[in-house]
Design a protein around this ligand. Structure first.
Ligand code: ZN
Length: 436
């Protein structure tokens, strides 16, 4: 794989750039290939997006699909106007293997099981991220692993608007939250949390409409996933090929919740094959099934609102905190003052806060046909001093408003369901060899 990535990046220097975000426990590079008309530099005002595959080392399909996707994008740039537009307006970062050590010990043809799932120290990387619902004290009881730390640092450096985590072992697009607030309630007794885990309660985000749309964009463009048929007897069937993560089964320390809560990045978990590591001969079929979905999903980064936050002189305001009113998940501007938010058509209010400036609330409309460009000018808070109204203290005005992007106020959006006893088959499968 490393050889393929190196060869491709030298063959297509104008469309690709290869970089490593760190190393695995056993010292393998975590390669990321950027595919874009501007592979080496962020395009100001244009979104960065990503796919992360193979975080479970034995789920091999996503890894292979990433290599196909790279090839497809570079080949189509000169012949397909849609791909040209996408690469001219987006930087696509692809991490084909987040767990190369696990991949090394997994076996082709092994459809189930956990061999190769974990990193070289036996950690499940999709349980190893900070978790909003289970913070401090017992933070997953897990040490951060090099692979997880590398991804965390990567996502802190680049503001990704949209992301997909590629998995195998099921066929579904699963959207946040994966964890649920009631996992907090009974962490004291192990038995309690075991049962709580199978309550299958939906745990919906304030952006549930957007997440459903993103998940459906993937599933409805996938000829098999869209049918929502169970992989085998005893496994769930998903209506239209999508599910809320926690409604399927809750988990703590997952990557998608982390992306969304910490960085406002919309990440969906894409389960792409019933068999985790199918024979190599079946791989071309998977590519054909996923090709359209993989491209159309990323293009969704161009839906909604984007723009710049500037001061009165037109200088960018970095780290301004933004929030769509009624959707209590914050996000921040980049050093160029840019922001993005994927939204469905409708009328919204954007709240903007930045230290030293007066908070603002801006009305905006999102339409289906194209993203809304919105530039917001902030005025210094100190100008109030001159009014003589006694509102001299900027601290007072700003207190409590300049929240960090991860500050998140959870509002339950679905009634809690009574817990249904799980079928023994599902229980066993989930405990031993989960997919996501
Ligand atoms: Zn997985």
């Amino acid at each position: 794989m490393t050889k393929y990535l190196r060869t491709t990046s030298s063959r297509y220097p104008n469309l690709t750039a290869l970089y490593s975000i760190g190393k695995s426990v056993q010292g393998r590079d975590l390669w990321v290939m950027v595919v874009s008309a501007s592979p080496y530099e962020h395009m100001i005002g244009k979104p960065d997006v990503k796919y992360v595959a193979n975080m479970h080392g034995n789920e091999a399909v996503g890894r292979e699909l990433m290599l196909h996707l790279i090839q497809y994008l570079v080949n189509s740039y000169s012949t397909d106007p849609y791909i040209k537009w996408l690469l001219d307006n987006t930087r696509i970062h692809l991490l084909p293997s987040m767990n190369p050590d696990g991949f090394e010990v997994s076996r082709e043809g092994q459809c189930d099981g956990g061999q190769g799932r974990y990193n070289a120290r036996g950690f499940d990387l999709n349980r190893n991220f900070p978790d909003y619902f289970k913070q401090a004290g017992d933070r997953n009881n897990k040490r951060g692993q090099p692979e997880t730390d590398a991804v965390k640092e990567w996502t802190s450096k680049i503001q990704f608007v949209l992301s997909g985590g590629l998995h195998g072992g099921a066929l579904v697009a699963s959207y946040p939250f994966d964890n649920t607030p009631n996992s907090r309630m009974c962490r004291s007794t192990p038995l309690c949390s075991v049962f709580q885990n199978y309550a299958s309660t939906p745990s919906l985000t304030p952006d549930d409409d957007v997440f459903k749309h993103l998940a459906l964009t993937y599933s409805t463009n996938h000829p098999v996933m869209s049918r929502g048929v169970a992989c085998k007897a005893g496994t769930p069937a998903f209506n239209r090929g999508i599910t809320n993560g926690a409604e399927w089964y809750p988990l703590t320390g997952g990557m998608q919740d982390f992306n969304y809560v910490w960085y406002g990045c919309m990440e969906v978990t894409l389960e792409l094959s019933c068999c985790k590591f199918p024979p190599a001969s079946e791989l071309p079929k998977f590519w054909e099934e996923n090709r359209v979905s993989l491209v159309k999903f990323l293009a969704e980064a161009h839906r909604g609102v984007h723009g710049f936050v500037m001061d009165e002189n037109g200088n960018p305001v970095e780290k301004a905190a933004l929030k769509v009113k009624g959707r209590d998940v914050g996000f921040q501007t980049t050093k160029y003052g840019e922001f993005w938010r994927i939204l469905l058509p409708g009328v919204y209010k954007l709240e903007v806060y930045a230290e030293g400036y007066l908070p603002r609330e801006v009305d905006l409309m999102v339409v289906e046909q194209h993203p809304t460009l919105l530039n917001v000018t902030l005025h210094p808070a100190k100008t109030l001093d001159t009014t003589g109204l006694g509102l001299a203290s900027t601290d007072t005005i700003l207190e409590g408003s300049a929240f960090p992007p991860h500050t998140f106020i959870y509002v339950p959006t679905a009634p809690l369901r009574s817990s249904v006893p799980p079928s023994p088959l599902f229980l066993a499968d989930t405990v031993l060899f989960p997919s996501k």
